[in-house]
Design a protein around this ligand. Structure first.
Ligand SMILES: [Zn+2]
Length: 467
């Protein structure tokens, strides 16, 4: 399809300008004043045009655990998440749809889904998520979340103290599943990319990291993992590697310009230098970090060191929403309390750049998408500046980031395809989707948690909490 967006407001060096934008097939074909009309005319007057954002870290099946999991630190919260994770591929499909819908309606055009796989239905899980993303029309990176160490390996002294069985699949089995997933589902030309996604060093062996590094090299796949999300993981790194987990991942050859690292909270200055040197990306999930009490990532230090930083929502079980504008707001103004030098603070303009080009840098697509540049793929979002939440007419980007935009996304294009028009999703019937989700439940049942009782006393002991 071909479009001409007429009279859109866009940010420029010293403020804003009004321009026309032509979209041809999947690309931005021209940007400038008074362009000739080609294709469908889109009246963009009184609308702000920005590149789409990347939801740089989420777990779509947690859609079903929205508003469910109690206030707990990650290591105990995760026990409850595992006890209540969906086990049907149809729920994976609906969870991916729900995650994508929320992302699109808050300005995101791309998602990095660190996807939980249903045991024994690994390929079906990926098929379900890929089907949802193709249907809804979002650009997607699916990083199947894999591990090869037992659950208790994620706790300091866990393997030596807590009863456990070996992980049910061998490292070779897990790698074979990943090979099959890549062979079947990696389709960048359709907007579906497979990435390698070891859950983190805390539940993955060196052999698994090395196998995934090789797979990534052979197929040029992005790499995605959790990194030092909690103080407990920092203690675990000391126990397992006698030092820095970041140094260890570098020695394994896992860190490079295709690597994005979710959370990255408990890093020291030497670790930060490694991220800069390897050109790795940090995905900042500030809301999740607050919800789980994980800590505050040293994002201003990352930026000063030249480390690329993107924003993510993290899954619904630790954010309970999936609103990119909220993630950007909290993830930027949070740092005004971490450094008294206000010249280091993240401005709203910088924040939207981090969310767009920063996000696409993290998935190794910055040369193809992520800015308003002729020749780049058209992942574009129009915000309605007559929307009450974006009034009065002060500064649209400041208001978009610092305010609380509500239903402000008017149109969205992903890879040149219009997926939202007039504030309404064109690809999936959202009213029908809501009804489907409502019909699935039978009320508000009290969940039954059991795993937490096997690990809570141990966790309190190793973390030095009172008995
Ligand atoms: Zn996560």
């Amino acid at each position: 399809m071909t479009y001409t967006l007429r009279s859109a407001l866009v940010p420029v060096e010293d403020g804003y300008a009004t321009v026309d934008v032509q979209i041809e097939v999947d690309r931005i074909a021209a940007i400038g004043p008074d362009l000739p009309l080609v294709g469908t005319a889109i009246e963009a007057e009184n609308k702000l045009l920005l590149p789409g954002f990347v939801n740089g870290h989420t777990h779509s099946p947690q859609f079903w655990q929205r508003g469910l999991i109690p206030q707990l630190p990650l290591e105990l919260w995760l026990a409850d998440v595992f006890d209540t994770s969906p086990t049907e591929a149809e729920k994976t499909y609906l969870g991916a749809l729900g995650t994508a819908i929320h992302t699109l309606l808050s300005g995101g055009t791309c998602i990095m889904d660190h996807l939980y796989l249903i045991a024994g239905q690994e390929l079906e899980s990926v098929a379900a998520a890929a089907r949802a993303y193709k249907e809804v029309g979002i650009r997607a990176f699916i990083a199947p979340l894999i591990q090869d160490l037992p659950f208790v390996a994620g706790y300091p002294e866990g393997v030596k103290t807590l009863p456990h069985q070996p992980y049910p699949q061998s490292t070779e089995d897990v790698l074979a599943i990943m090979e099959a997933i890549v062979a079947q589902f990696h389709a960048p030309d359709d907007g579906i990319h497979i990435a390698v996604g070891p859950t983190g060093f805390h539940r993955c062996s060196d052999a698994l990291f090395e196998g995934l590094r090789d797979l990534s090299d052979r197929r040029n796949l992005c790499r995605h993992t959790h990194l030092l999300e909690t103080r407990s993981q920092k203690i675990l790194a000391q126990e397992r590697f006698g030092g820095s987990a970041v140094r260890h991942l570098q020695q394994l050859g896992f860190l490079d310009h295709r690597t994005s690292l979710a959370h990255s909270i408990w890093l020291d200055d030497a670790d930060i230098d490694i991220l800069a040197e390897t050109k790795s990306t940090v995905v900042h999930n500030a809301l999740s970090n607050l919800r789980l009490g994980s800590g505050i990532a040293p994002v201003l230090k990352y930026l000063q060191a030249g480390v690329n930083v993107a924003f993510g929502c993290d899954g619904f079980a630790s954010n309970d929403g999936q609103d990119m504008l909220e993630a950007i707001k909290i993830g930027s103004i949070l740092h005004n309390v971490t450094d008294p030098d206000y010249q280091h603070w993240i401005t709203p303009h910088k924040a939207v750049e981090m969310a767009a080009i920063g996000g696409f840098t993290g998935v190794n697509l910055a040369d193809q998408v992520g800015s308003l540049t002729v020749g780049k793929q058209a992942d574009l979002v129009l915000y309605d500046l007559k929307n009450l939440s974006l009034l009065p007419r002060t500064d649209p980007i400041k208001l978009l980031v610092l305010g609380r935009p509500h239903a402000a996304v008017e149109s969205v294009w992903v890879r040149g395809r219009q997926v939202i028009s007039g504030g309404t999703l064109q690809t999936v019937d959202t009213a029908q989707f809501s009804q489907t989700i409502f019909n699935d439940g039978t009320g508000y049942p009290t969940p039954h948690y059991k795993t937490i009782h096997q690990v809570e006393a141990h966790y309190r002991r190793v973390m030095g909490l009172s008995e």
